[in-house]
Design a protein around this ligand. Sequence first.
Ligand SMILES: [Zn+2]
Length: 83
Amino acid sequence: MVAPPPLLSIADYKSADGDHKPAVEKPHGIVTVHHLGFGNSTATCSCGWEGRRRRLKAAAEQDAWTHSILERCAVACPLVITW
Ligand SMILES: [Zn+2]
């Protein structure tokens, strides 16, 4: 008869990981959308990232949100800045 494996608690998983990263990392950049006129919007971030020029402002906003999710940068409030 084989004994079942011991149950691990959440603390065991954290200690077995080895590195002590915080659960939520702090954002390192602030991403905004620059609305440069009709049909000309670009998402840029203070971390150095820059998105493509978009004809639709909503597409640039999607670029900004995607960058914030993937790179853990914060989104500005308000997101869109008209120049
Ligand atoms: Zn960024």
